[in-house]
Ligand binder design. Structure first.
Ligand SMILES: [Fe+2]
Length: 289
């Protein structure tokens, strides 16, 4: 619960505020980039919402914030903002919100499929999402990109009888996972291609759905700081060189239309532009200090 007494001095005057419990994970800026800014240490309210759309975005940011650092001076009715989750992002793809503090606020997603739905990494286990996922037909698979973002996957798997998929090199984060991938081979399940992308961690995986929707975990994202897609040099826990090579292999994903990351902002890709985006990102990654 955000505390007005600890509100940041950078917030502009008005109903919404961010307090000093903020971990600067960036989630609020992904949901409402016009409303939340970055002090370098915290997110802060740079503009108060002015219309219905902006109020909804501010409320969605408040609900997604993993550490409850966003508050309001006046009591809010959050019913419709809660009900807006999961948010439809593309055909059959939803953004779950309710990011978990254990993953440093990573985004998670839900994918509809006739052969059984997928959860991509894990949000908080909360009754609202459980009910929504039930209404949408349950969860057959839980794709875990890597060790950092497993959060409440075990609880979701227990409730829905799901199959958790993780690489063997990340298994200590989810020792009871039902499906453990080994080696570097690409795996195909339903419309998913699961690719081995070591770098951020040793056993990191990305999932390409229907060739169009790329779920990248902490491997690759839209980076607002440099206004392009790339990886996080300062959050690379295994090998930057391997991560560059793992980004390079995505040049073959010619039909990607959307990138849906764990950390960083999701981003749309113009038709047939993904290979060029990858070439540019790799150039940047080779040179970044
Ligand atoms: Fe991570």
């Amino acid at each position: 619960m955000a505390n007005l007494e600890r509100a940041l001095s950078e917030n502009v005057e008005g109903n919404f505020f961010v307090d000093s419990s903020c971990i600067n994970c960036g989630v609020s800026r992904h949901y409402a980039p016009e409303l939340f800014g970055d002090t370098g240490r915290y997110s802060f309210v740079k503009k108060q919402p002015q219309n219905e759309r902006e109020v909804l975005e501010a409320q969605q940011a408040l609900l997604a914030c993993p550490v409850a650092s966003i508050g309001t001076k006046e009591k809010l009715n959050l019913t419709s903002a809660i009900d807006s989750f999961p948010i439809r992002m593309a055909e059959g793809v939803y953004l779950n919100g309710f990011n978990h503090r254990n993953s440093y606020g990573a985004h998670s997603y839900f994918v509809k499929s006739d052969k059984g739905n997928w959860l991509i990494d894990s949000p908080r286990f909360i009754p609202h999402l459980v009910k929504k996922f039930e209404e949408m037909g349950g969860i057959r698979y839980i794709f875990l990109s890597h060790r950092d973002d497993v959060c409440d996957a075990e609880r979701y798997a227990g409730h829905f009888g799901s199959t958790r998929i993780i690489h063997q090199l990340e298994l200590d984060a989810q020792p009871d996972a039902e499906m453990v991938l080994e080696g570097e081979e690409t795996q195909r399940i339903d419309s998913a291609e699961i690719h081995f992308t070591p770098g951020h961690t040793q056993g990191h995986l990305v999932m390409l759905w229907n060739k169009k929707y790329l779920f990248t975990g902490d491997h690759f994202a839209w980076k607002s700081d440099i206004n392009m897609f790339g990886s996080f040099r300062n959050a690379c826990w295994y090998s930057w060189q391997k991560q560059i090579e793992s980004v390079q292999l995505m040049e073959a994903f010619e039909e990607v239309e959307w990138v849906f990351p764990g950390h960083g902002k999701w981003g749309r890709v113009s038709a047939k532009q993904f290979p060029e985006i990858i070439r540019e990102s790799v150039k940047w990654m080779i040179n970044v200090k």
